[in-house]
Design a protein around this ligand. Structure first.
Ligand code: CTP
Ligand code: MG
Length: 395
């Protein structure tokens, strides 16, 4: 089975105005609209061939703007109407091609999901049309701009591309339509409909808009500059260990667990909360727990460790961060952590002000009786914190 994409790029872009040439060759970033549109299809694993249709005057523009790709066939020349350009693209495809998706060069934000929806919607005598419901109220008005009626939008949809067909069916339909002098179809689904095919709507995407006006081009550039920024998501790691000594229980992640020993330390020796504190400080390069709460300071003797973690949370929040995930692993032979996992998660969530418990994870493992943990001389904890910062950042 072979899937081809035909990208029609032979229009003159009259509505966009200005002196920048055809809109498909205008730059969105360091690449033009057409290159971005081609990339959406060459990058899709189910698309085997991409056929671009260009205007005879644009050969040099195409050669200077579009990069080579193994899936990209040499361009063919389109016609005076979109319908004629689509026919030229369809006719250029290998006859062994099963499905063809016909797409406007002026829609550079088509997603892999929309391409999948269209591919999955193609069937015998059925073409797939990505479409969106209409959100605005619809009015019909006369030439004097006076409203004649309010039209129900319930059964109205905005059609997009790519539109998907069996090549044999759309090839025959275009052939037939080209012989009719009074037809000028503005999309291929209309050609299919005219030829008696069923047109099936599949889910489109508002981001898959067509660049028609200067305002659309500016919106596309804005969108592209956002796409080149990376989301400011940061990860920090933490590790802590304390020795076990005489006592009747250990405090792990703020929960007292009865045991034959206790963890020894300057504070309450809660390795779980200490590792989490370091992980959080690590997301903003704010040092470690020792630099905020020196063990030499008598103030912290026997201190409950929740205040260390709360301080790290506050420091991260002051830096503009939102904690999206905390994950701690306790390494010990005993006591068993499993029965206390949920109270531990709840307590960590409470200290950190996290409402969604799925964002707090407590795990445990033994050390297979090896080393100081295996000999039950101490307990260790490892933690990871993920923190998101507002917006995106160039790094
Ligand atoms: N198209 C084409 N051949 C034509 C006319 C249009 O290949 N004779 C292509 C355009 O390049 C565009 C797509 O069809 O990618 C959708 O058409 P449209 O947005 O109308 O583009 P233009 O015709 O270039 O713009 P305008 O109508 O403003 O002149
Ligand atoms: Mg046009």
């Amino acid at each position: 089975m072979k899937n081809a994409a035909v990208i029609v790029a032979a229009g003159r872009g009259e509505r966009i105005g200005g002196s920048g040439g055809p809109k498909q060759y205008r730059l969105l970033d360091d690449r033009c609209v057409l290159q971005h549109t081609i990339n959406c299809f060459t990058a899709h694993p189910q698309i085997d061939v991409v056929q671009v249709v260009i205007h005879a005057d644009d050969r040099e523009l195409y050669a200077s703007h579009v990069m080579h790709h193994d899936k990209l066939a040499g361009p063919v020349i389109g016609g005076a109407t979109r319908q004629a350009s689509c026919k030229a693209g369809v006719d250029a495809l290998d006859a062994g091609t099963q499905n063809v998706l016909i797409h406007d060069a002026a829609r550079p934000f088509v997603s892999a999901i929309v391409i999948n929806n269209v591919l999955n919607g193609i069937a015998k005598n059925t073409c797939a049309l990505p479409a969106n419901a209409i959100a605005d109220t619809i009015k019909r008005a006369g030439s004097d701009q006076v409203v004649l009626e309010t039209v129900s939008r319930d059964d109205l949809f905005l059609a997009q591309t790519p539109q998907g067909f069996l090549l044999s069916e759309i090839g025959a339909a275009h052939e037939h339509a080209a012989n009719e002098s009074d037809t000028d179809f503005t999309d291929d689904a209309a050609v299919g409909e005219w030829a008696g095919m069923q047109v099936k709507l599949v889910k489109g995407d508002r981001d898959n808009f067509k660049i028609t006006t200067q305002q659309d081009l500016e919106a596309a550039r804005e969108r592209m500059s956002g796409a080149n920024m990376i989301a400011d998501v940061r990860t920090g790691s933490g590790y802590d260990v304390h020795t076990l000594g005489p006592g009747d229980g250990v405090i792990l992640c703020g929960i007292k667990i009865p045991h034959t020993q206790s963890l020894q330390g300057h504070s309450d020796a809660d390795v779980g909360l200490h590792a989490l504190t370091d992980a959080l400080l690590g997301t903003i390069g704010a040092g470690d727990i020792g630099s905020h709460f020196p063990p030499s300071d008598p103030k912290w003797k026997g201190a409950a460790s929740d205040q260390f973690l709360a301080h790290a949370v506050q420091t991260v929040q002051h830096a503009g961060g939102t904690i999206t995930n905390l994950d701690v692993t306790i390494v010990c032979e005993a006591p068993k952590v499993g029965p206390h996992r949920d109270p531990m998660r709840n307590r960590v969530a409470e200290i950190c002000g996290i409402a969604d418990l799925s964002r707090v994870s407590v795990k445990a493992t033994t050390n297979e009786k090896i080393g100081f943990i295996g000999r039950e001389e101490g307990i260790a904890a490892l933690a990871t914190a993920t923190v998101c910062f507002q917006g995106t950042k160039d790094v």
